[in-house]
Design a protein around this ligand. Sequence first.
Ligand SMILES: CC(C)(COP(=O)(O)OP(=O)(O)OC[C@H]1O[C@@H](n2cnc3c(N)ncnc32)[C@H](O)[C@@H]1OP(=O)(O)O)[C@@H](O)C(=O)NCCC(=O)NCCS
Length: 184
Amino acid sequence: MNIQTERLLLRPLKLSDASDIQRLAGDRDVASTTRNIPHPYEDGIAEKWIRSCQGKVDAGELINFAITRHSDGSLLGVIGLHPDAGQTQGELGYWIGKLFWNQGYATEVAEAVINHAFTDLGMDRVYAAHFTRNPASGRVMQKAGMLHEGFLKGHTEKWGLFEDLELYGVTKVQFEGRGSTSSP
Ligand SMILES: CC(C)(COP(=O)(O)OP(=O)(O)OC[C@H]1O[C@@H](n2cnc3c(N)ncnc32)[C@H](O)[C@@H]1OP(=O)(O)O)[C@@H](O)C(=O)NCCC(=O)NCCS
């Protein structure tokens, strides 16, 4: 399934996206604040990763999308939702190529995927976490309608350091009521 937003098309990943993914995710500044992107991003990693995603998508273990721009078809990044075993909740993750940062793209796709989780997938809650040293992702989560729920000290190891995590989440009821004065 595809999702359209004002400026962006979210569509399934294709093997032909591998070179764009390698170039964009291969930037150390993109990899540094994610839990799983390796660095250096060697030849073949993107193809292997796309194939593994397709397997998980087919098994119902992942919903993910290439983020592309209507205006020129460029691939800007990737966004994914990992459903829990009961499929009632999902963990959101995303990255955007550095060239495209600070233009509202991550916020636009995060909000669209959260909406997809609630309206099309029947989920009740979406959650996400970012490293405390990555406040830009916290802004994305806030602007997309998520609420700060907690903090985990030194919870995740990344490149030999234990990273503090900020936890965000939003229920369907909270998301649908966002913007109203009396949110639940
Ligand atoms: C985090 C990331 C996805 C943001 O993507 P983006 O498309 O630039 O996000 P948006 O433009 O929608 O919003 C970015 C917000 O962060 C703010 N911001 C940027 N740098 C910031 C910083 N150092 N401190 C605080 N806020 C910052 C921007 O001003 C903007 O907020 P505003 O609209 O209130 O001004 C992107 O930087 C990225 O891919 N980083 C590497 C991978 C990553 O960290 N993924 C998320 C893992 S949890």
